[in-house]
Design a protein. Sequence first.
Length: 179
Amino acid sequence: MSVRVPMRTKMRRVLGAIAFLVFLLSVVQTSAAELAGDFSKGRSTLSVVGGTGYAFGGSYIVIGVGASYFLIDGLNLGLNVQWWTSGDPEIVKISPSVEYVFYQVPSISPYIGAFFRESYIQNQSNLGSIGGRAGVLVLVGSHTHFGLGVAYEAYLNCDTSTYSSCSDVYPEVSVAITF
């Protein structure tokens, strides 16, 4: 035995199903944007870096600033500048970078990245390097993250008679504000 459903009822069901699917898609899309939060497409980040460094047989105070822009959720392009002071020779480092933040992990977001760096060393030839970094960003306030990570840097055209090592591994600590 078959039940005959009037055409008007079929249309209501089809339109109801379409409306429900549109609603679901909008919820999923909103959730994805909310999930990316501070790391979503179009957001920018300002960061401050501070610490110490060791070069040319001496200790340095390192201060820096950076900015990045998220091209898509989680993926940013950045530019950082560091000043190495209180040592001789003085050093300025400029680093363009690319980084991916795994924003899917709430409150603590792991990241990986790569960079190129040009080091301008007083009374020396410039020194280029490439490297990678990994770490975590911890949400500490509204749009503010504390970063803790490690970086590996390999120096290009490194002269071992001038430099004691042609690569370094070092910790990175940062505070980033996203807007």
